[in-house]
Design a protein around this ligand. Structure first.
Ligand code: NAP
Length: 485
């Protein structure tokens, strides 16, 4: 425990409601585990439905004041939030590593990315543009304005404990909405640690409320059935997303859903292979593969398969695995036992169906939920890992012969979040991009996440977009006034 003491000494562990720390109404708490050691690092209050209602009361009371603030005032608070997060970046990064397991360089990257949503939306808050046009037949003035939609319930996953939340809080606050956030139970500490920072930046009491809970289903459902809630913004699995869409239907709550992915990574025979390897390492290994954007299926043209496989294997084998807090570590543990078991099961299944292990594939001794960087070739079409999110450091390589064939195989999934492709021929790159049924394309790039870009998927990868101007529209209602003057 000693190595955590300084880091965890001042981390709050209660519920943040109405600008105050509170115990749960029934006194319930749950443990947070460090996945590198399997040690308990904190005990966090577990919100009840009663606590969730108290959070809605606080949000409701704070809403009119926040919505009435001038956009510039909201923008300055967001900008200050960005600056204070960057001031505390190292502390927050270490906290992410402790509760999520990712290596410190990954956590530092996440904190910078997370903070950027406050900077971007500080700039966007003042650009809430409406319009005024003339009805062609009626002659009436069509006056269009955007108003804060109301209280937003935010539900976030454990894989980016900071960024998946700030990607929602930033635009909600810019739009003038208060929020109640339920972070993932594996990683509640980062968001709790953010609350004093937002308070220092000037976010008023009740505008951001954080209620970790072991009773996610009950607590979120109760909030979605309260008529004060107007938006639900969820990031997580498609399975839970579907449930929340059903829940949201009862009170017709506006949904924004960032769900699962099954990203293809296509390497054409004219690609710059070294660039494709660099891109593959990011697309596959950012967050140890625990990302919705993670390259899940590598399709490599048969002419460059050997070169690509050899170079990718060398890079993957060179990654140092260990406790993410230690120097030089590139690969931390997976988040929990269930995540590890799933990766083991998917690799075993692929190997049984004929895949060849080029590196990795062997479970190390414990403690910790570690899985080595693994490359599989000759993966058969019926291997489960081609249809499910691997969510681990495993690259699975298949080959293809023609453009049409690879487009059809890439699109053959219920998901449509992101696809990557490498080619030096930009006209082919654009032609193929247009035919890929995915919300985002990395064309000669292994990273698409950018606060200034509309992040989101097609098909069962979600509804709506986060980031960019589009991200703020999720928290606004459009009102049109038909005017005669
Ligand atoms: P998850 O199991 O769906 O959980 C996500 C959140 O939903 C957690 O806060 C969880 O709380 C909560 N939750 C679970 N069941 C619920 C229910 N019945 N009602 C209300 N809330 C409920 O997903 P995860 O395992 O944390 O995250 C991994 C998934 O997220 C992957 O599928 C990944 O692709 C996806 N993801 C998508 C994006 C994107 O932008 N598209 C980004 C990151 C991750 P508890 O922790 O208490 O269970």
């Amino acid at each position: 425990m000693a190595r955590y003491d300084n880091l965890l000494a001042n981390v709050p562990t209660d519920l943040w409601i109405g600008g105050q720390w509170r115990k749960s109404s029934d006194g319930g708490r749950f443990d947070v585990i460090d996945p590198a050691t399997e040690n308990k690092v904190a005990s966090v209050a577990s919100a009840t439905v009663e606590d969730a209602m108290a959070a809605l009361d606080a949000a409701s009371a704070a809403f009119p004041g926040w919505a009435a603030k001038k956009p510039r005032e909201r923008a300055e608070i967001l900008r200050k939030s960005y600056e204070l997060i960057m001031r505390d970046a190292e502390r927050l990064a270490k906290l992410i590593t402790i509760e999520n397991g990712k290596a410190l360089p990954d956590s530092r990257g996440e904190v910078a990315y997370a903070a950027e949503f406050f900077r971007w939306y500080a700039e966007e808050a003042v650009r809430n543009i409406g319009s005024n046009t003339l009805g062609p037949a009626s002659g009436a003035r069509i006056f269009v304005q955007h108003k804060p939609a109301g209280i937003a319930v935010l539900v976030t996953p454990w894989n980016f404990p900071a960024a998946m939340a700030t990607r929602k809080i930033g635009p909600a606050l810019a739009a003038g909405c208060p929020v109640v956030l339920k972070p993932a139970s594996d990683t509640p500490l980062t968001m709790l640690a953010l609350m004093p920072i937002l308070e220092e930046a000037g976010v008023p009491a009740g505008i951001v409320n954080v209620i970790p809970s072991r009773s996610s289903g009950k607590v979120v459902s109760a909030m979605l059935h309260d008529p004060r809630v107007r938006v639900v913004s969820f990031t997580g699995s498609t399975e839970v997303g579907r449930k929340l869409l059903h829940e949201a239907a009862d009170c017709v709550v506006k949904p924004a859903m960032e769900l699962g992915g099954n990203a293809p990574f296509i390497v054409f025979d004219d690609a710059d292979i070294d660039a494709a390897i660099d891109g593959a390492m990011i697309a596959k290994m950012r967050n140890m593969g625990e990302a919705c954007t993670a390259a899940n299926r590598f399709y490599v043209h048969e002419k460059v398969r050997d070169e690509f496989s050899k170079k990718l294997t060398a890079k993957m084998a060179g990654l140092k695995m260990g406790n993410g807090l230690d120097d030089g570590i590139a690969l931390g543990p997976l988040v929990n036992r269930a995540g590890l078991d799933k990766v083991v099961e998917l690799v075993d299944d692929a190997v049984q169906k004929g895949a060849k292990v080029l590196t990795g594939g062997k479970l190390p001794d414990g403690p910790g939920f570690f899985y080595p960087a693994t490359v599989l070739s000759n993966v058969s079409d019926d291997a489960k890992l081609l249809n499910e999110e691997i969510f681990g450091p495993v690259a699975s390589i298949q080959t293809f012969k023609s453009e049409d064939e690879v487009i059809a195989r890439a699109n053959d999934t219920e998901y449509g979040l992101v696809a990557y492709l490498y080619t030096k021929d930009l006209s082919r790159g654009m032609r193929v991009s247009e035919k890929l049924d995915f919300g985002m394309i990395g064309l000669n790039r292994g990273l698409v996440s950018d606060p200034a870009a509309p992040f989101g998927g097609t098909k069962q990868s979600g509804l709506g977009r986060e980031g960019a101007h589009e991200g703020m529209m999720e928290f606004l209602e459009t009102q049109y006034v038909s005017v005669a003057w």
